[in-house]
Design a protein around this ligand. Sequence first.
Ligand SMILES: NC(=O)c1ccc[n+]([C@@H]2O[C@H](COP(=O)([O-])OP(=O)(O)OC[C@H]3O[C@@H](n4cnc5c(N)ncnc54)[C@H](O)[C@@H]3O)[C@@H](O)[C@H]2O)c1
Length: 243
Amino acid sequence: MNRLKDKVILISGGARGQGAAEARLCVAEGARVVIGDLLEDQGRALAAELGQSASFVRHDVTLETDWARAIAAATALGGLHGMVNNAGIYQPATLMETDVAMFERHMRVNQLGCFIGMKAVVPLMEKSGGGSIVNISSTAGLRGSPGALAYSATKWALRGMTKAAALDLAPKKIRVNSIHPGPIDTEMLHVRTPEQNAARLEMVPMKRMGTVDEIANLVLFLLSDESSYCTGAEVAIDGGSTL
Ligand SMILES: NC(=O)c1ccc[n+]([C@@H]2O[C@H](COP(=O)([O-])OP(=O)(O)OC[C@H]3O[C@@H](n4cnc5c(N)ncnc54)[C@H](O)[C@@H]3O)[C@@H](O)[C@H]2O)c1
């Protein structure tokens, strides 16, 4: 299929996990992809695997200068039609276990990074005729999550920022949507013990984790013109966890 033919897509935190699956699917659907991440070896290896349709930039989402470099890489590939704000960190801790440094770390990567990113891509997306931004929130942005105070704060913020930006950017033909994954089988969940992950799955009606390919398929839909009338939407992809 060619659902992203001639489009350029930028994916933050794209060197591994969900972002890497999205990069592979976007290229399979005809896109050229800029992969940004702090993980240089994995990012470069993925770009090499994907060939001329992909490039890697070392990209810390908390730095405006790094976003400028990512935009330059997209310009070199021919413009910008889609962006996935996928980079994120997760350090589980209850309210009383969370210190100011941990709270600020989550805010900088998960929330400030998304804000700078949305702002950075607008001029090139406008020049490219419009575009689609997908913000990766979480079920922790739809309901209370135990032992994840700082992470929850940022994922709720993404949900609100998505709707505010969708309103601001609609006149520029830029759509902004958020997705809210439940537990997905990536390295991010290795911070929990196997027992903690098993207990978490008990809360999922489908009794399993989601896969990176299931997430990539939803992101593809939101990046493509198939979702041309969707903006400001929040889509749960969580095996029924938030019902
Ligand atoms: N795995 C899950 O269960 C789950 C559930 C809901 C939401 N999410 C969200 O999905 C997104 C992708 O996570 P994943 O599951 O693929 O985990 P992951 O840890 O494999 O991927 C996160 C990526 O973000 C990158 N990153 C971290 N800080 C960065 C920074 N400052 N600048 C640039 N890149 C940075 C990491 O290097 C990594 O490649 C995250 O936003 C995460 O919060 C994950």
